[in-house]
Ligand binder design. Sequence first.
Ligand code: S3P
Length: 183
Amino acid sequence: MKRIPSVRERNIVLIGFMGVGKTSVGEQLAKRLFRDFIDVDQEIEKTWKMKISDIFRLKGEEAFRKIEREMTIDYCTNTSLKVISLGGGAYMQDAIRTACLDHCIVIYLDLSWSLWKERLNVLIDNRPVLQDKKVEEMEQLFTKRQPTYQKNSFQVETDGREVAEIVSYLEEVIKLGWEIYGS
Ligand code: S3P
């Protein structure tokens, strides 16, 4: 059985739907906390030397989900003191979710559907999951995933807030948590 890291050492994992800002928030949060930042999707791209959209196209979604599961669980359980950003669908996998909740502090970046929809144009090109979907189908996927994202350590509402503001808020809450529960 793997050792569960202390509260202060525990990896901080960012979850949420595609394009809510997990990478931007994660990079800045990691700097504030003097930690390394890991974007699991970028690590998968480096490992397979391919863009995520090409992995979906050439190897299929199932192969992507398998490497996503292996790499995410590895980072979440075999490292510490990191800030880790997950792909938007990763947390839907039971094994990933369990590993994250057991070993890490899981933060959900919550964005409303109406504001997410405004970002669609910039997201769609390199998000294979959105390709060939009508907006109503995207909304269904968005809504279907919400209850699973709710299984978190804590969540932050991002509507109308700049990245810097979200990062400052998270830094404050995390440090407070370390003070209260840290050892
Ligand atoms: C996916 C989200 C993407 C990426 C892949 C699948 C999803 O990550 O992992 O395209 O199923 O929601 P981002 O959330 O970083 O866009």
